[in-house]
Ligand binder design. Structure first.
Ligand code: UTP
Length: 237
């Protein structure tokens, strides 16, 4: 089973905590032991936002800000690599070719951002499409996709399951509202739709929850299931 896992920076390193990174590394090693081929995309979290905020005050332009953000995602990727075993590509992949090569030869690939103007949400979706992943998993700080922002609207309801088309429909208005942040951004949603890729969006604070989602399809987040998508045979339990 080939999986691309998007690990938000706010999930992996909300603050620098070696124990947290080690717990994630252990979960990833167990997935590898269970036969998963893995591409991992790591986000920048609060540290990226802090750097971007400081550089914005220094009048950096948007591309420079994105480049700073990309650098932070790569630092986080490198941190995770240090906690993983010998089956991991030893440096963060710079592009999709490098990441896909590593996954195809059986290494775990870990990467951060690649190009200005997007976030690692889109990188994960593009990598998933590139390596023809069976499953794309977003381990985020939100427990799935809601029909409105649950931090603002207490009547917001979570989708247990939706199609990629519905995902795009829900994300479009969220992307228009300044300040509202969708758990998966619009470019990523469009790539998921284009690829018809089975996707899970879940609260990633507990690495074991991510493991259960990948191995058994069990989680409390949102399943994005392409039309006609059947229950994958790899969820044997
Ligand atoms: P993240 O993917 O962590 O952004 O990349 P985010 O979605 O704001 O973070 P979370 O999910 O809330 O934790 C950090 C920043 O790096 C730049 C963007 O500026 C992004 O906001 N970036 C990242 C790019 O420009 N290109 C990329 O491919 C990736």
């Amino acid at each position: 089973m080939r999986v691309v896992l998007s690990l938000g920076g706010s999930v992996l390193a909300p603050e620098l905590d070696a124990g947290r990174v080690a717990a994630y590394a252990n979960a990833i090693e167990r997935l590898v032991d269970e036969g998963c081929e893995l591409g991992i995309v790591v986000g920048g979290g609060g540290v990226a936002r802090d750097y971007i905020g400081a550089a914005r005050e220094l009048d950096a332009n948007e591309v420079q800000l994105d480049q700073l953000g990309i650098d932070v995602t790569r630092v986080n990727a490198r941190l995770l690599i240090t906690a993983l075993g010998p089956f991991v590509d030893p440096s963060p992949a710079h592009d999709y070719d490098e990441a896909a090569d590593a996954v195809r030869r059986g290494d775990v690939s870990v990467m951060g951002g690649v190009t200005p103007g997007q976030t690692t949400d889109a990188v994960a979706a593009a990598l998933g499409e590139y390596v023809d992943a069976d499953l794309l998993v977003y381990a985020t700080s939100a427990d799935g996709i809601y029909d409105a922002d649950p931090n603002v609207d207490e009547t917001a309801e979570q989708f247990a399951e939706m199609t990629p088309e519905e995902l795009v429909e829900v994300i479009v208005p969220m992307s228009r509202d300044a300040g509202a942040s969708a758990p998966v951004d619009l470019l990523a949603a469009k790539l998921i739709q284009r690829a018809g890729m089975r996707t899970v969006v879940l609260d990633g604070h507990d690495p074991e929850a991510v493991e259960n989602a990948v191995l058994y399809g069990e989680h409390t987040g949102t399943d994005v299931v392409p039309a006609g998508g059947e229950e994958p045979t790899y969820w044997a339990r």
